[in-house]
Design a protein around this ligand. Structure first.
Ligand SMILES: C[S@@+](CC[C@H](N)C(=O)[O-])C[C@H]1O[C@@H](n2cnc3c(N)ncnc32)[C@H](O)[C@@H]1O
Length: 263
């Protein structure tokens, strides 16, 4: 499964897919506006030690480094990490790029980071609890964990609309097996699912409850809006009118006590 996902992301880099594009000049001119539109980070992250987890591709690492943070990026895909190394060299940024899987981070020290940024990617591991336990371990007490996840219902639902409008609930909620790949091959399928990747659905109790049980307090939660009222029938923005594709969570590492870890 790890190997299939590594291959899928390496291939997406070859295809120059949107999620494999380094930060642009316009984004780098005002990096915090792009990575922190809600102001969760308080407006200044100079000298923060930031882990960009499963965040290769040269976008997150470059934006946080340009905002003044000391950045480490961990990703499964060597091709994604090459984009981070290339942007670091081109922009004279100091970025540490490490290959690894998000649920096992032995190369990182306890309490090493002030902030962990985790873009959508927990869908690529079977179990999320070990990921949250590792994030809790490498964050200092009081540190922030900002993560984004695919919403379970978005993974359950059809990509194409029903003839009468709306979307069909296609896959079970309680499941150990990966979510079957979409049968559709339209442009919104490419935005919602990564071709060739193995993806798992995590229930709300596993995402929200899992973050709390790992030793965090959730301070905020938003569902970024991708819906457009006048969206073309069956487009990504139309589907988002019915089903919010993602959730973004701000969590803070609790004090010094040990994290509770439930398998
Ligand atoms: C959404 S992309 C990352 C960020 C992207 N550049 C962006 O702009 O949002 C998800 C990343 O997760 C990585 N990934 C998949 N499975 C992983 C795993 N088990 N451990 C670490 N990274 C993983 C992929 O290689 C990919 O780079």
């Amino acid at each position: 499964m790890l190997e299939a996902n590594r291959r899928a992301w390496d291939r997406m880099v070859e295809q120059r897919r949107p999620l494999c594009q380094p930060a642009s000049d316009a984004e780098l001119a005002d990096p915090l506006a792009h990575v922190d539109p809600l102001g969760w980070l308080g407006g200044n992250i100079r000298n923060w030690r930031v882990l960009c987890l499963a965040a290769g591709g040269g976008r997150h690492s470059a934006l946080y480094a340009t905002a003044g943070a000391a950045v480490t990026v961990v990703d499964l895909s060597p091709a994604m990490l090459e984009l981070d190394r290339a942007v670091a060299q081109e922009r004279s940024l100091s970025i540490r790029a490490i290959r690894g899987t998000m649920d096992d981070l032995p190369m990182l020290r306890d309490g090493e980071f002030d902030l962990v940024i985790h873009p959508v990617s927990t869908c690529y591991v079977r179990r999320v609890a070990p990921v949250f336990a590792e994030v809790a371990r490498v964050l200092r007490p009081g540190g922030l964990y900002v993560s984004q996840h695919k919403q379970p219902v978005s993974l359950q639902a059809s990509i194409d609309p029903q003839p009468t409008g709306g979307y069909q609930l296609r896959h079970t909620y309680y499941r150990e097996a990966p979510v079957p790949p979409p049968t559709e091959s339209c442009s919104s399928a490419a935005r919602l699912r990564e071709s060739g990747a193995t993806e798992f659905l995590h229930r709300w109790e596993q995402i929200i409850g899992g973050i709390c049980r790992a030793g965090f307090v959730i301070e905020d939660l938003v569902e970024p809006v991708h819906a457009k009222e006048d969206a073309e029938h069956g487009s990504f923005a139309d589907r988002a009118r019915y089903i919010a594709p993602y959730v973004r969570i701000k969590a803070r590492r609790r004090g010094s006590g040990p994290a509770l870890w439930l398998p």
